[in-house]
Design a protein around this ligand. Structure first.
Ligand code: ADP
Length: 220
């Protein structure tokens, strides 16, 4: 298997989502082929991406012409045009692309994408909306929920925690979550140990079931 070739990723639909994916992949050191039917967007991306082409991604011949078969990974960032999104994923699947990532605008859209061959479905609005609600409603400063009911959060430490050790606080038995690390303003992130003392105004990185992490972050 040619590793250099596996590093190349095709991003179809260079809108707000696809554009950001392409940009971040570049920063991570990947070569990116961008595809969009909009000539203005293609022009806009032309000096940033490795290659950008104007093409209709629902057209199998057009995809073959841009050398789609050389790619093992594709991202479909088309969202608003559900028909184009579904047809693009189906075409990629029929062409044997091994790893297809696709954006969905709704749960139903996501189900269709899976059924036509998407290996990974992303719901940017739903995921971000859930995350922001958690930040607004609790002491959380950052929140990542995984599909399997597990979450990691950065939260402000509860007030009663300052000056006490993690062993003393017994967060694991009291709340069912694990404190992974501790940070205060201006200091480095510390991995948490039972004898670690929680400083004033500390931030805790905690992990556990989503429900218990949310409960912990909601207590004062
Ligand atoms: P976002 O909300 O992330 O901007 P959009 O769905 O609005 O997502 O944008 C999707 C992008 O995909 C647009 O730039 C559009 O030109 C492009 N696109 C839509 N349909 C096709 C298609 N059939 N072939 C190629 N590009 C397409």
């Amino acid at each position: 298997e040619d590793i250099a070739q596996d590093d190349n990723i095709v991003v179809i639909g260079l809108g707000r989502f696809g554009g950001q994916v392409a940009d971040s992949l570049l920063q991570l050191g990947h070569e990116v082929l961008g595809v969009d039917e909009n000539p203005e967007l293609v022009q806009q991306w032309s000096d940033k991406l490795t290659h950008v082409v104007q093409a209709d991604s629902t057209d199998e011949d057009a995809l073959l012409q841009v050398g789609i078969k050389e790619f093992t990974r594709a991202v479909v960032g088309i969202g608003n045009d559900i028909e184009a999104s579904v047809l693009t994923v189906l075409t990629l699947h029929e062409l044997g692309i091994r790893e297809i990532w696709a954006k969905a605008v709704s749960a139903k859209h996501g189900r269709i994408l899976r059924s036509v061959g998407a290996h990974h479905v992303i719901y940017p609005e739903a995921t971000m909306g859930e995350r922001v609600a958690n930040l607004i409603a609790s002491r959380m400063l950052d929140f990542i929920a995984f599909d399997d009911g597990f979450a990691i959060a950065k939260t402000r430490a509860p007030r009663h925690a300052a000056g006490r050790t993690l062993a003393d606080l017994a967060v694991r038995t009291q709340y069912g979550i694990t404190v992974v690390g501790i940070k205060t303003h201006g200091t480095d992130f510390l991995y948490a140990a039972p004898e670690t003392v929680v400083p004033e105004n500390a931030e805790l990185v905690v992990a556990g079931s989503t429900e218990l992490v949310q409960k912990f972050a909601a207590t004062t």
